[in-house]
Design a protein around this ligand. Structure first.
Ligand SMILES: [Zn+2]
Length: 425
């Protein structure tokens, strides 16, 4: 699993290399309509006979009604405002990225050094087909950039690395303190390798006493509070949230970090909202319990490929090109990793805090994680394949209620969950 440690994997198990084959032809996005009529190529682990129709659709020729969307391509970037030179800027400097298929840019990721820990993403200020503007976010480290779409498609990292200059100290009029806060990724998945994180910085002449609150957008409730004590000005600080509050997993939705600083003279500053009206609130993130497991173009099988279709089909088939990365929809412990004549290479993950078992079948090769291993949401577990009784490359996903997979539990239709994860991942 060396690949996961390098730049090839990041916060969301980023795997930027895989798209090369896809990008040329279909490239495409995970936005796929259910209207697509997939030939019945359903498989399962049980009774489906091998003489089922074998003309599985290929994603290079998607069925009518299936929209394919190109992956973003990053050709170049330069620092255009608040810069020392074209490749050097401080936090808040404006960077202009040029490329193709940038109109759906969800965030620009500042990759920093190798590995995921220092990745910081920022929402675009402005996006068009061939150009995206973004500010260098708080907490960004020197390194290349990449562009990511909402559906997980990503450009390759830029050839040029960003250099960081020290921030100019912004002194508010009259010496009153101000606070900036910014999430480090616009989405955070429960039990991902990295938790939700936000950075803030206090501007002013003097230290101040800082409190950070996590506010649920739906009702304004403060879910978590961090007492940061006395904080020095102009020194970025980062904090993390694991999705829990008072021992309970919080529901999916939008949350914002709010920072309050109180100076020695009692003057209070509260972090402001989006600096430009059109841009998303930099302090807000979308917290999600699951990530869609296929990182690439895909569409849903119908008829016998549906739950209950064919003869006792216990899952949902989702078609994708062989070799498309598969990630864990939810972290947990790998209960089984086996090969089965019908299921092919498969694994079953006991999802953390769900009581649900997640079975991923027909993997191209043996899964990248072993029985007993702890996996995280979004972690690469293997690749879409067609091992076992499968006509066409697809993921067969089963969801089983507690106590679990062939262990007293019972399967339920995964399609509503898949569609929900697909919308938000
Ligand atoms: Zn199936």
């Amino acid at each position: 699993m060396g690949a996961r440690r390098g730049r090839a994997a990041t916060r969301r198990g980023r795997i930027w290399g895989y798209g090369n084959g896809l990008r040329r032809g279909i490239a495409a996005g995970a936005v796929v309509s259910l209207a697509a009529t997939a030939p019945a190529a359903a498989q399962d682990t049980g009774g489906t006979s091998p003489e089922a129709p074998s003309s599985a659709p290929k994603l290079s020729a998607p069925p009518p009604g299936v929209k394919v969307r190109p992956a973003p391509v990053l050709n170049s970037w330069r620092c255009v405002r608040g810069c020392q030179d074209t490749v050097t800027g401080s936090v808040g400097a404006r960077v202009r990225v040029r490329g193709r298929a940038l109109g759906r840019t969800y965030e620009v990721v500042f990759l920093g050094a190798e590995g995921v820990a220092d990745d910081v993403a920022a929402a675009p200020l402005r996006r068009k087909r061939n150009v995206v503007d973004v500010r260098v976010p708080l907490g960004a480290a020197p390194g290349p950039l990449l562009v990511a779409h909402h559906d997980g498609q990503q450009s390759a990292p830029s050839a040029t690395a960003l250099a960081l200059a020290p921030s100019a100290t912004l002194k508010a009029a009259g010496g009153a303190p101000t606070v900036e806060v910014q999430v480090q990724s616009r989405r955070a998945f429960f039990d991902a390798e990295l938790p939700a994180r936000a950075s803030y910085i206090l501007h002013g002449d003097a230290p101040a006493t800082v409190t950070v609150e996590l506010v649920r957008a739906s009702d304004g409730a403060v879910v978590v509070r961090w007492d940061e004590g006395e904080v020095a000005p102009e020194q970025p600080r980062t904090l993390a949230w694991d999705g829990m509050a008072d021992g309970r997993l919080q529901r999916s939705g939008r949350y914002a970090f709010r920072v309050t600083a109180v100076g020695a003279d009692g003057v209070q500053a509260i972090s402001a909202q989006a600096p430009e009206k059109t841009a998303p609130d930099p302090a807000q993130l979308h917290f999600l319990g699951h990530e869609f497991p296929i990182r690439g173009p895909h569409y849903y099988g119908e008829h016998a490929a549906r739950f209950g279709g064919g003869r006792g089909h216990q899952g949902q088939d989702v078609f994708a090109a062989c070799g498309t990365p598969l990630v864990a929809a939810r972290g947990g412990v790998v209960k089984f990793k086996q090969y089965h004549g019908a299921a092919g290479h498969y694994i079953v993950v006991d999802g953390v805090r769900t009581g649900v078992d997640y079975a991923y079948m027909h993997l191209r090769d043996a899964a990248l994680v072993d029985q007993g291993e702890r996996v995280h949401t979004g972690q690469l577990i293997g690749y879409v394949g067609q091992t076992g009784r499968a006509s066409g490359c697809h993921l067969h996903l089963e969801l089983w209620k507690a106590p679990g997979w062939y262990d007293g539990g019972s399967p339920f239709d995964p399609l509503p969950s898949l569609l929900a994860w697909d919308r938000t991942s």
